[in-house]
Design a protein around this ligand. Structure first.
Ligand code: CA
Length: 221
């Protein structure tokens, strides 16, 4: 399964290189400021598995965001990139919850290899109620019953199960599942949700997908 990587880096040139390098192996998105990452953590709108985190973002130390991120989203793996490469600074980052620390300048091969290692440590299963998703095999079960899901149905269920109870606006689901910006005229979400909902119901799932016209969609027991 292709992991979602978020790059947080304020140097435009490095962003470009990172995006190009990592896109070969991962689904990549980018933000460039401390504030944007803080807002994503506060808003619980985390949509990535791996974080490539530049340490100094326009003068702000992004290490301060690792603890709140890990508290809310313990499954996310964090690799810190930094020109500050003394052992004591690396130790501080690791103590704060970083999973890896790579000094700048770095070789792309090494960054890719380290991210692959972190990707292997991502949870292989997501569970909620009697629903289980196997993230590697891309299969889903309700109790012991296999669900036959189309790709978009699987991705949608995965999005919901990563943060049960969280309301996903349609725009977020378009970005996460269709990987495109919102097309408000399209009824692709309604169609896919309805199919997924029916499959969950028929299999006796203990959780179901709810929606509110104005807010969006979520899963709850
Ligand atoms: Ca920087």
């Amino acid at each position: 399964m292709e992991a979602n990587v978020l790059i947080v880096e304020d140097e435009a040139k490095l962003v470009e290189i990172l995006e190009r390098t990592l896109s070969e192996s991962f689904h990549v998105s980018v933000i460039t400021t401390f504030e944007e990452l803080a807002a994503q953590i506060d808003g619980s709108s985390i949509r990535f598995d791996l974080l490539v985190l530049d340490r100094m973002l326009h003068g702000k130390d992004s290490l301060n965001l690792i603890a709140p991120l890990k508290e809310k989203f313990p499954q996310v793996k964090v690799l810190v990139l930094s020109a500050i490469n003394t052992p004591s600074e690396k130790a501080i980052a690791l103590d704060l919850g970083a999973d890896d620390y790579l000094s700048k300048p770095f070789a792309h091969e090494e960054l890719l290899a380290r991210l692959r290692v972190l990707a292997k440590r991502l949870p292989a299963e997501l569970r909620f109620g009697n629903i289980t998703l196997d993230m590697l095999e891309r299969t889903a079960k309700v109790a012991e019953v296999d669900l036959q899901l189309a790709t978009k149905e699987f991705l949608l269920l995965r999005a919901f199960l990563k943060t049960p109870g969280k309301v996903f606006p349609k725009t977020t689901l378009y970005e996460e599942v269709w990987q495109t910006s919102a097309d408000v005229e399209s009824n692709a979400i309604e169609t896919t949700v309805n199919k997924l909902r029916r499959k969950l119901e028929e299999a006796g799932a203990s959780a179901s997908i709810k929606n509110s016209r104005n807010l969006g969609y979520w899963i709850e027991e």
